[in-house]
Design a protein around this ligand. Structure first.
Ligand SMILES: Nc1ncnc2c1ncn2[C@@H]1O[C@H](COP(=O)(O)OP(=O)(O)OP(=O)(O)O)[C@@H](O)[C@H]1O
Ligand SMILES: [Mg+2]
Length: 324
């Protein structure tokens, strides 16, 4: 299968402001620290990891909402690293994002019609008002919302969380993109609604030939929707492979910890707070060698030597660990 997108050695270092310097002389955060991955045409590629590991920064780099400080991104073999604003606008026709929080992602003073029509207006891809209205109604129907005048005139706060996220999805899909980056699109929703939204995203993917990057911190959600997943730890990908292989045969001690923290396939369980076993990841002063060594109960002397790189252990299953 062809790659739709690839990142090579992608990095983002944030320089901290002076007032957040109480952390010694280290004034930089390597939010994304040289990650490489391909997204195949038509797949759902998951990025999984605990809070602060760099998931949102990765999404924002893909969307050109942040400038990369290193590495390269290709979309259909075209370089899309640090595009100028004109090229970014052109790229947005094809690459769209669904945000985590449907309560803050939608401007509360605008109507549903305005919010879903806005991308069409920005890109001027309609011939007349009828066509604009038709496209908005059609997209609302596609995400399972009624396209009544009543709904079009409502504001986001008149909708439930699940309905708002459907509007967020409509807004992302109204331009008929090929590639959609979803940053924890169900983590703010009630358990019952989460399954509905995951199923809707699966249906839309099949209907519209979409390719997804799907970010989550929950393996049960990843299991439901992702073909392959990358596990991130402190800005690095430490394991990557088919979702089945990762869940049934995790190779990295950190992946095992994440999976041990909660049995997979329990859609109702919120385990985000249960995984902080061991020391908090060192984002500021990284030890040399493996970043996970300070939390790892299997560490050896080798772990403070070279930084482990991803190695293919079985077809398509990669791990960055000195132990395996
Ligand atoms: N604009 C910024 N300035 C400085 N540091 C930042 C900035 N954005 C993110 N960071 C830092 O980069 C690291 C990665 O953050 P990021 O938001 O990408 O993590 P995440 O995996 O999405 O976490 P969460 O699960 O909580 O959403 C964190 O240490 C964060 O504090
Ligand atoms: Mg995030």
């Amino acid at each position: 299968m062809d790659n739709l997108f690839s990142a090579t050695n992608l990095s983002k270092t944030f320089q901290l402001r002076k007032r957040s310097r109480g952390l010694g002389s280290h004034r930089f955060v390597k939010a994304v620290d040289g990650i490489s991955f391909d997204v195949k045409l038509g797949e759902t590629f998951g990025i999984v990891g605990e809070s602060g590991c760099g998931k949102t920064t990765t999404a924002r780099l893909i969307m050109q909402l942040e400038k990369a400080t290193g590495g390269q991104m290709l979309f259909k073999d075209t370089d899309m690293t640090n595009l100028n604003s004109r090229a970014t606008k052109k790229m947005r026709r094809h690459v769209q994002m669904i945000f985590q929080d449907p309560y803050t992602a939608l401007n509360p003073v605008k109507t549903i019609f305005y919010l879903v029509a806005e991308p069409l207006k920005i890109h001027k891809v309609y011939k007349n008002k009828n066509e604009l209205m038709e496209k908005v109604r059609e997209t609302l129907n596609a995400v399972g919302l009624p396209s009544t005048d009543d709904l079009l005139a409502k504001r986001p706060d008149a909708l439930s969380g699940g309905e708002r996220q459907r509007v967020g999805i409509a807004k992302a899909l109204v331009l008929d993109p090929e590639f959609v980056v979803a940053d924890e699109p169900v983590s703010m929703l009630d358990a019952s609604v989460r399954a509905e939204i995951v199923n809707l995203m699966l249906k839309l993917k099949a209907q519209r030939d979409l390719t997804y990057v799907f970010i989550t911190h929950e393996f049960d959600v990843a299991y439901a929707i992702c073909d392959r997943v990358a596990i991130m730890y402190a800005g690095s990908i430490i394991e990557l492979g088919n979702t089945e292989d990762i869940i049934h045969d995790p190779l990295h001690p950190y992946t095992r910890l994440l999976l041990d923290a909660v049995p997979p396939l329990r859609p109702d369980k919120n385990w985000g707070n249960n995984i902080a076993k061991g020391e908090v990841a060192y984002y500021i002063a990284q030890p040399s060698g493996c970043k996970y060594q300070l939390r790892c109960d299997k560490r050896t002397d080798a772990c403070s030597g070279d930084t482990p790189v991803l190695i293919e252990k079985s077809p398509g299953h990669y791990v960055a660990c000195h132990l395996d």
